[in-house]
Design a protein around this ligand. Structure first.
Ligand SMILES: Nc1ncnc2c1ncn2[C@@H]1O[C@H](COP(=O)(O)OP(=O)(O)OP(=O)(O)O)[C@@H](O)[C@H]1O
Ligand SMILES: [Mg+2]
Length: 335
């Protein structure tokens, strides 16, 4: 019996090469029909988790089920209900869009007398009918992503796994990809699980967000619930002229003012916008700190990540790159 849970993950661990704990004890439940984002910097373990859920990797420990099927013990059944668009390129450049889908239709076992119709419908739905007979080499990044989505959706999956669906795309191409995904989901009630390191994408499209860092879940909830972790109020971004330390000194101890980031531009969280802004600017001017730019904005998932990890997502990414480089060096040295 299933109970409205589409994806169940229990204490999942994946260790690579005996040492890299890419997924380090993740538990979560994605409900039927939900749109769930896994958000985190490079190396957080998002792709590894998705590869386990899509049966491409065996977990080191723990369990996971998709639509009630165990990802290791019933892998073929899982594969029968999911669609998956990987992070890396999954279409052939030197074939046309139509030819690419023909390969996937054969792989997925679409009966031969239905293939043409299924492929043409998928191309049409993704807005690629006119480009169907062009080589993929001539496609834009957004068109390629939509072609990969077309391939995944041909078999009408009940659960769609998207690994960084809009990475590297410009805002227009990103929103086009999302409008297609949302329309498909509207029509078929599909559960959508996606990985991203774009805060705004998680905030805008996900009903619930699982924030990951270093293989672990550090927070989970609707964007609104997560935002409450940084409290009510507004965030003030202040670019100061010169030394950020002088500015920090000026702000320390001010009531209702919490410094979220001490790098220039400073980010401070104000409980009360009206009083807080005047108080902060007053304190900076009194200390002779030059203010170059002030931006007032609502708290975002960026502030949540910062609050939970003490790092911005960019800083965590930089750390991830350094660690990845270190692991590669260790592997080259035979470590
Ligand atoms: N095949 C592998 N062998 C060894 N280590 C790996 C392998 N694949 C990934 N890793 C390591 O596992 C950790 C998690 O990687 P993963 O790709 O799952 O993260 P991610 O959140 O998807 O990151 P990104 O944003 O870069 O896609 C990283 O430290 C990575 O270097
Ligand atoms: Mg990844």
């Amino acid at each position: 019996m299933r109970d409205g849970v589409c994806v169940r993950v229990r204490s999942l661990v994946k260790v690579y090469a005996g040492t890299v704990r890419a997924v380090d004890g993740v538990s979560t439940e994605v409900l039927d029909g939900e749109i769930r984002a896994f958000l985190g910097p490079n190396g957080a373990g998002k792709t590894t988790l998705m590869r386990v859920l899509t049966t491409q990797l065996k977990p080191t420990a723990g369990d996971a089920w998709v639509m009630g099927y165990h990802v290791v013990l019933e892998a073929a059944k899982v594969r029968g209900v999911i669609g998956y668009v990987p992070q890396e390129f999954s279409v052939w450049n030197d074939l046309t869009g139509y030819e690419n889908l023909l390969i996937y239709a054969k792989l997925y076992g679409v009966p031969s007398d239905e293939r043409r119709r299924v492929i043409e419908e998928a191309l049409e739905f993704m807005g690629l009918s006119e480009a169907a007979n062009r080589l993929v080499r001539t496609y834009s990044g957004g068109m390629i992503r939509r072609l990969e989505l077309a391939a995944a959706l041909m078999v009408r999956p009940k659960v769609l796994f998207l690994d960084e669906p809009t990475i590297g795309l410009d805002p227009r191409a990103r929103s086009l990809v999302w409008s297609r995904v949302l329309e498909y989901r509207e029509e078929y009630g599909t559960t959508v699980v996606f990985n991203t390191h774009y805060m705004d994408e998680a905030e805008r499209y996900a009903e619930r967000v699982t924030v990951m860092n270093r293989g672990r879940v550090i927070a989970e909830g609707s964007p609104g619930e997560l935002m409450k972790l940084v409290g009510e109020g507004v965030v003030l971004q202040i670019r100061v002229n010169g030394d950020a330390h002088a500015a920090l000194n000026a702000l320390s101890g001010l009531e209702g003012v919490v410094v979220v980031s001490s790098e220039n531009p400073l980010k401070v969280k104000l409980a009360d916008a009206q009083q807080g802004i005047a108080r902060v600017l007053g304190a900076l001017l009194a200390r002779g700190v030059g203010v170059e730019e002030v931006v007032v904005r609502n708290p975002s998932l960026e502030d949540v990540f910062l609050k939970l990890t003490g790092m911005t997502i960019e800083e965590a990414e930089a750390l991830g790159y350094r660690e990845a480089a270190w692991v590669r060096r260790a592997i080259r040295r035979g470590g």
